[in-house]
Design a protein around this ligand. Structure first.
Ligand SMILES: N[C@@H](CCC(=O)N[C@@H](CS)C(=O)NCC(=O)O)C(=O)O
Length: 240
């Protein structure tokens, strides 16, 4: 009886894992963080890469007709866009190696900082830099925001505590492994070790983690990609 139940459980797990598909992009921080979570939890998945700067595939437009953005996650036919929601869904569906805090306040704060990074830091950190003629003022503004994260990581190994979690995946995919490549391409040292010792310590730790190494874009190739994004932002700001 027990054996039969175990077999049923195993069959249903296999059935679940058969239907995992990610539509992402190699350069997209929003996609990179989803792969990190899937790898951490050992969930097998099919991956389809979008070259969204060139053309969006009919599949992407069909699955995410509202935002037309990557990533899109598909699990047994259920379609889910938006990286924060996808990470939460993954965490609740595959409960091994949890990535979100269990404590309600800690969980709410992890969401708060994730939103802060994806909305505030990203917009000041890249858009305003690409548009700005007063580049020094834009750099100072971005550093003021990043300083909040420096304080948040002080004395901790990871944002979520002892091991890599949701917030490390969000901040890591966005700041050191995406925006910083843009800043590097623009010749800006946004996070000098002297000013941000704790963040630099955390970045070094992240770079040593296998699933992070496997998911982040190649640096040189990414810098070239980020320069294309900067050119796009500049061109768009000229027409508005
Ligand atoms: N809020 C979304 C943002 C996703 C996003 O901006 N994806 C970018 C790639 S990095 C995209 O697909 N851009 C296509 C476009 O803007 O047309 C998330 O968290 O998933």
């Amino acid at each position: 009886m027990i054996k039969k139940k175990r077999k049923q459980h195993r069959d249903s797990m296999e059935e679940k894992e058969e239907g995992v598909k990610l539509i992402g992009s190699w350069a997209s921080p929003f996609s990179r963080r989803i792969e990190m979570a899937l790898k951490l939890k050992g969930v097998p998945y099919d991956y389809s890469d979008e070259d969204y700067l060139v053309v969006k595939s009919p599949l992407l437009l069909q699955l995410n007709p509202i935002y037309k953005k990557v990533p899109v996650f598909v699990h047994n036919g259920k379609v889910l866009p938006e990286s924060h929601l996808i990470l939460e869904y993954i965490d609740q569906t595959w409960t091994n190696n949890p990535i979100l805090p269990q404590d309600p306040y800690d969980k709410a704060m992890a969401r708060f900082w994730a939103k802060f990074v994806d909305e505030q830091v990203t917009s000041i950190g890249l858009r305003s830099l690409a548009k700005s003629e007063k580049i020094d003022v834009a750099i100072k503004e971005a550093q003021e925001l990043i300083m909040f994260l420096e304080k948040e990581i002080t004395g901790k190994n990871f944002f979520g505590g002892k091991t890599i979690g949701f917030l490390d995946m969000v901040v890591g995919s966005m700041i050191p492994f995406c925006l910083d490549r843009g800043w590097e391409g623009m010749g800006i040292d946004m996070m000098p070790e002297k000013k941000f010792p704790e963040l630099n310590r955390w970045i070094k730790k992240l770079k040593e983690i296998k699933i992070v190494k496997e998911c982040i874009p190649d640096r040189e190739k990414h810098i070239v990609h980020m320069m294309k994004i900067v050119e796009r932002i500049k061109a768009a700001s000229k027409t508005t």
